[in-house]
Design a binder for this molecule. Structure first.
Ligand code: HEM
Length: 405
């Protein structure tokens, strides 16, 4: 990492997508942040934004920092509202589902989330109590969000394993940070997952047009955009919803279980005072950000961020993982602090594209943690794990056993 004398622009070759960085990205991200809020990546040929305030500004100015023409659009498709800058088109589609994801809409779902957590936890607890080690990623983290969103969408139980497989394949989408040979393989796997999921969802959409039910796909096909738009557009919107919440929530849950599973003191405190659980989960999100990067492209002419000139068309990667440890916002940012004063972090994004499913994910995490603390408060991490890379980072596997010490 260096400061270029010609331009006074800090530059880096920081390897965002590498496995070595994934294991412990924090020293590198700290060094990067130390160079400034905006750094030029020499090999990727794009800007990296490391600071909380600049990231918030960029995500707020969606008319100048566009998702169009970025890898986001590649992954989700141009007709999914996560890939649209046009506020009217975006809001029209987002509004169709917004009520279902607000606090009030989600209250109706609480018993369903609870029942799903109970169903997944029962065998886990039995195995833990019999002295077995259990992979919480397989048993809870991965299935919980998929089962809940599948239920919301009316995806039948028997299709869930396929949906998980296809959306896992789509998650190879952080290809833009990989060396070309690896990137090619990742893109092929991603495209295969996208296509298979699209074909399946196309069939579901046609079914719900013919026989609507009370699920989110039926809500969409019966809405005004649902009646006007072609099925390929609806498929992209449904697929975005299925994909966006699965890997992300699974990885957040995995971070949460690892963080508490390695800290008996934290576990004891949480078990004794459940009012701490929600804030503790948010602190895990800040400290171990799941979606570590998000991308935008400069449009509408050149612009300046933190005194650095950016040209029309420049690509900008906002390092949410670095912003969530910005010392200007968080005291002692590298420490996991159960009692940190509450301050919203950027783990669920901000601005036009702030996460639609944040409250659902929070409910799932809160129910899962409380369920485990009720039944097995002494759970501890019992085997080593590895991390996936910074753009979508989480530990795997999460092998837990009861701590008998
Ligand atoms: C821990 C779990 C989750 C994390 C960390 C997460 C993270 C994010 C982030 C960072 C963004 C903003 C992306 C950007 O600005 O480029 C986002 C957007 C989005 N998320 Fe999530 N998400 C999670 C769970 C969910 C769930 C459960 C759902 C739905 C079931 C969901 C659906 C969406 C959608 C639809 C958007 C796009 C919103 C828009 O463009 O208006 N997410 N999420």
């Amino acid at each position: 990492m260096a400061v270029s004398a010609a331009t006074r622009t800090p530059t880096t070759r920081f390897d965002i997508g590498s496995d070595e960085i994934a294991a412990d990205p924090w020293p590198g991200l700290r060094e990067l942040s130390g160079l400034g809020p905006v750094v030029w990546h020499e090999t990727l040929g794009r800007w990296l934004v490391t600071a909380d305030q600049e990231t918030r500004d960029i995500l707020a100015r969606f008319e100048r920092f566009s998702v169009e023409g970025t890898s986001m659009q590649d992954l989700f498709g141009a007709e999914a509202f996560i890939s649209m800058d046009d506020r009217r088109r975006h809001d029209r589609l987002r509004q169709v589902w917004a009520a279902a994801f607000r606090q009030q809409g989600l209250e109706a779902l609480r018993p369903v989330v609870q029942a799903t957590v109970d169903r997944l936890l029962a065998p886990v607890v039995e195995r833990l109590r019999s002295g077995e080690a259990v992979d919480l990623s397989d048993a809870i983290c991965r299935p919980l969000p998929t089962m809940v969103i599948a239920l919301m969408m009316g995806v039948p139980d028997e299709a869930i394993p396929d949906v998980v497989r296809w959306s896992d394949a789509m998650a190879s989408g952080s290809a833009s940070y990989l060396p070309e040979a690896q990137a090619k393989r990742a893109r092929a796997a991603r495209d295969d997952g996208k296509t298979q999921l699209a074909a399946y969802l196309g069939r579901l959409i046609a079914e719900r047009r013919a026989t609507p039910g009370a699920d989110l796909i039926s809500t969409l096909v019966q809405s005004e955009p649902g009646r006007e738009l072609p099925d390929e557009h609806l498929v992209q919107n449904v697929r975005q919803l299925l994909f966006a919440g699965n890997e992300t929530t699974a990885k957040w849950l995995a971070h949460i279980f690892v963080t508490y599973g390695e800290r008996p003191g934290v576990r004891r405190e949480l078990a004794a005072d459940r009012t701490l659980v929600v804030a503790a989960n948010e602190e895990v999100m800040r400290w171990q950000t799941v979606v570590g990067t998000t991308v935008r492209r400069v449009r509408g002419g050149p612009t300046v961020v933190a005194g650095i000139a950016m040209a029309e068309g420049d690509e900008v990667t906002c390092l949410l993982a670095a912003a969530n440890r910005d010392p200007a916002r968080y005291r002692d940012p590298d420490t996991f602090d159960l009692h940190r004063p509450r301050q919203p972090n950027l783990g669920f994004g901000a601005g036009l594209h702030n996460c639609l499913g944040a409250m659902l994910a929070r409910m799932e995490a809160e129910r899962a943690v409380n369920g485990l603390l009720d039944a097995a408060p002494d759970f501890a991490v019992a085997a080593p794990y590895r991390y996936s890379s910074v753009p979508l980072r989480g530990p795997l596997p999460v092998i837990a056993a009861l701590d008998r010490s």
